[in-house]
Design a protein around this ligand. Structure first.
Ligand code: ATP
Ligand code: PAU
Length: 315
């Protein structure tokens, strides 16, 4: 841990090696099969990364969850009541293509191993985008991911219901394949021990929504927030790489919204991805996502190959 020279930073700063050191006391040993299962999440996920970064992080989160569970028991004891089991909510924010959903899936797999919270659910805020029909009506098809493209009130109600301990809560589902909300399909959540909610907008507040001001934010219902950060050049590279990979896999299916891209040669596809990045995702990052970074409890900064180089933890 580096001492903060000005004592002004609200964060403790750790270099990769310092953070990795904290794994020494992780009492959780993963079996060979667990590691193979994690590999299933992402074939390029390095196991060094799991050991050095995500294991210490899962230990930290386990301590936070246990502290929260303890606090709830204290309140119950004081009131002499038994309250509903309330999920611990972890949010993950960051740019398009920074690896939010991959980070969320790794954490889900690791957190499920702890006996105190075996049921870990995962939700993406993509499901709270307005359907294309509404976006088209409002001229927002090229603004997907911007604040106006989300039904923020519905998202806030969703997390509020989760934190109210409701026994059954439904979330809409977005499909990258049809590039739209899937009609008549929902994800049902039944009181998980932990809910991880990932999306570029989870740290946004009312001032990010001047077109639809609201006073209750997702962050009001989040127990611990994470921002995944990386240099803008890396982000663009990862976005283009992912697009090229999709071109060979998902886009080749005729039912894919982007099927026409599968006929592009590699250079044309890369140029298209580069343009989408420059016109939509990068301006959104600068205007609406990056300014929320310092609201997070934890900031993970990635370098090349998605390796986390720095961890900042709010004091
Ligand atoms: N830890 C990692 N190691 C290697 N590659 C990774 C890692 N995390 C993410 N990636 C790759 O980076 C790209 C972006 O990852 P991912 O789809 O998880 O991002 P995202 O932030 O959830 O994106 P979006 O906002 O578009 O949903 C993908 O191609 C993914 O395979
Ligand atoms: C669905 C979002 C907004 C966030 O995951 C993003 O993946 C997206 O579709 N952005 C719009 C431009 C693009 O197709 O990348």
């Amino acid at each position: 841990m580096t001492a903060d020279p000005q004592h002004l930073s609200p964060y403790l700063h750790f270099h990769r090696e310092q953070w990795a050191h904290l794994r020494d006391s992780v009492p959780l040993s993963l079996t060979e099969q667990d590691l193979i299962d994690l590999r299933g999440i992402h074939d390029e996920l390095s196991l060094d990364e799991v050991r050095d970064i995500y294991l210490p992080l899962s230990r930290l989160l386990n301590l936070y969850v246990k502290a929260r569970q303890h606090r709830s028991k204290v309140i119950e004891q004081f009131l002499g009541t038994r309250s509903e089991r309330v999920p611990y909510v972890i949010s993950i924010a960051g740019s398009v293509a920074v690896g939010k959903s991959t980070t969320a899936r790794i954490l889900q797999a690791l957190l499920e191993h702890w006996p105190e919270h075996p049921k870990v659910e995962l939700i993406t805020t993509d499901g709270f985008l307005y359907p294309n029909r509404v976006l088209e009506e409002r001229g927002l098809m090229k603004k997907k991911g911007f604040p106006q493209s989300y039904d923020m009130r519905r998202l806030v109600n969703f997390v509020a219901d989760i934190k109210a301990g409701k026994q059954r809560v439904e979330a809409p589902i977005y499909s990258h394949h049809i590039y739209d909300i899937i009609p008549d399909q929902v994800k049902v959540l039944e009181q998980p021990d932990i809910l991880i909610i990932e999306g570029l907008n989870v740290l946004q507040s009312g001032m990010d929504y001047p077109h639809d001001p609201h006073r209750v934010f997702v962050s009001d219902f989040v127990d611990f927030s994470i921002y995944v950060d990386a240099d803008k050049n890396l982000l663009k590279e990862w976005y283009i790489q992912r697009f090229l990979r999709f071109r060979k896999s998902a886009f080749s299916d005729p039912s894919s919204y982007f099927h026409h891209y599968s006929h592009f040669d590699e250079d044309d596809a890369a140029a298209t991805a580069s343009r989408i990045w420059d016109e939509i995702n990068y301006p959104n990052l600068i205007a609406n996502i990056l300014p929320t970074r310092e609201r997070a409890n934890l900031i993970l900064t990635k370098g090349g190959q998605h390796a986390i180089e720095q961890v900042r933890l709010r004091k």
